[in-house]
Design a protein around this ligand. Structure first.
Ligand SMILES: [Zn+2]
Length: 133
């Protein structure tokens, strides 16, 4: 079975898209790191005791936890974007890892690092939901 391949114009388009998103994510993390280190210096200079003291104060804690969570999501996204970039260079980008069909472009435009098509993602989430019960 010959693998379906995305046209080189589309590949180029997604390569640019992925590189742009990578740049945004890295800039975002750098910005937060800057903000965080300023905040830490202004309190005790030690990030762990900073977090500890904040734990008594409610809303600031939530903000801190949110920031940490967003940082983790962003780091994960960078990992996925780098993966996707490698798949472009390997010539396997755009193919669903489960069924081998091309991933819908409407999906890739929103999630350029998607590894599975709509249908397979739905099926997987379905399975996960059922296993949880
Ligand atoms: Zn699929």
């Amino acid at each position: 079975m010959a693998a379906k391949q995305m046209s080189s114009e589309r590949l180029k388009h997604y390569e640019e898209l992925i590189k742009q998103e990578l740049k945004d994510s890295v800039a975002y993390i750098e910005k937060i790191n800057r903000d965080q280190s300023i905040g830490a210096r202004e309190s005790s200079g030690d990030l762990s005791s900073y977090a500890f003291h904040q734990a008594d104060q409610g809303s600031d804690t939530n903000l801190m936890e949110q920031t940490v969570m967003m940082m983790e999501q962003e780091r994960e996204k960078i990992r996925l974007l780098n993966d996707a970039l490698n798949r472009i260079y390997d010539g396997v980008y755009g193919n669903c890892e489960t069924c081998g069909e091309l991933i819908q472009e409407t999906r890739l435009d929103v999630i350029p690092y998607a590894r599975n098509c709509f249908d397979c993602t739905e099926k997987m989430e379905d399975k996960k939901r059922r296993q949880r019960r």
